[in-house]
Design a protein around this ligand. Structure first.
Ligand SMILES: Nc1ncnc2c1ncn2[C@@H]1O[C@H](COP(=O)(O)OP(=O)(O)OP(=O)(O)O)[C@@H](O)[C@H]1O
Ligand SMILES: [Mg+2]
Length: 213
């Protein structure tokens, strides 16, 4: 069977990743594709348990290296149990955050040595890299204000301060510049419907979908 497609949604807080992922999943599902919508950190029972350690509690709960290793432990479980089997059965796997978030949050933002992150990518991802990465870009002030409107316990990264979030944005834009064949920057300050149209256009153009998917 033909391997499925792997699409990741990336960017800082409140850019609309979860909203747009849901919409794209619906659209692809309506077009008859087998779709798996998942997220990181998490996406499998073991990885969701690790997620709670990562997204709750004090901002400085983990050192950047510890945080990187926890992210990759969760990611490996998610790949083994959900992403790789999904792609093998021919599904379209849509993932809310993936390896680029580690480059941006633990690397650009946290200061983890890029060589460690590159080694983890080489050894742990097992070649499971996205066909398309949509980077929802917006000023961190705007994204943090949107994210703050939602209540909840998962505020550890949001609480890290504007300087951190500014570095993240630069990190994501740097990834897009370095890997233009994989990455598409989407202007996330546009209205929801316009962002949805841009996501759909990118998926169509880059993955060869027809008008109807
Ligand atoms: N284009 C948009 N314009 C205005 N508001 C938006 C837009 N897209 C999403 N929102 C709103 O912003 C909030 C954050 O959206 P969403 O949860 O999809 O973002 P996210 O990128 O998944 O955030 P997080 O990084 O915190 O998970 C939601 O209340 C959503 O309705
Ligand atoms: Mg989200």
């Amino acid at each position: 069977m033909k391997r499925g497609r792997f699409i990741t949604f990336e960017g800082g807080e409140g850019g609309g990743k979860s909203t747009q992922l849901r919409r794209l999943a619906e659209r692809l599902g309506d077009a008859g594709h087998d779709v798996i919508a998942t997220r990181e950190p998490g996406g499998s029972p073991g990885a969701e348990a690790i997620r709670a350690l990562l997204v709750q509690g004090e901002a400085d709960r983990w050192s950047p290296v510890t945080e990187t290793l926890l992210m990759y432990a969760a990611r490996r479980d998610h790949i083994e149990r959900v992403i790789a089997p999904g792609l093998a059965r021919g599904a379209w796997v849509l993932c809310d955050r993936y390896a680029d978030s580690t480059r941006a949050y633990q690397g650009a933002g946290g200061g983890t040595d890029p060589a460690l992150i590159a080694a983890l990518e080489a050894h742990v991802l097992a070649g499971v890299t996205p066909d398309l990465t949509l980077i929802l870009d917006l000023p961190p002030e705007v994204g943090l204000a949107r994210a703050a409107a939602r209540a909840g316990a998962e505020t550890r990264f949001e609480s890290k301060g504007l300087a951190f979030h500014t570095k993240l944005r630069e990190g994501f834009l740097g990834i897009a510049a370095a890997e233009p064949n994989r990455c598409e920057i989407i202007d996330a300050t546009a209205p929801l419907e316009a962002v949805e149209a841009a996501v759909w256009a990118a998926a169509r153009r880059r993955l060869g979908l027809s008008d109807h998917g």
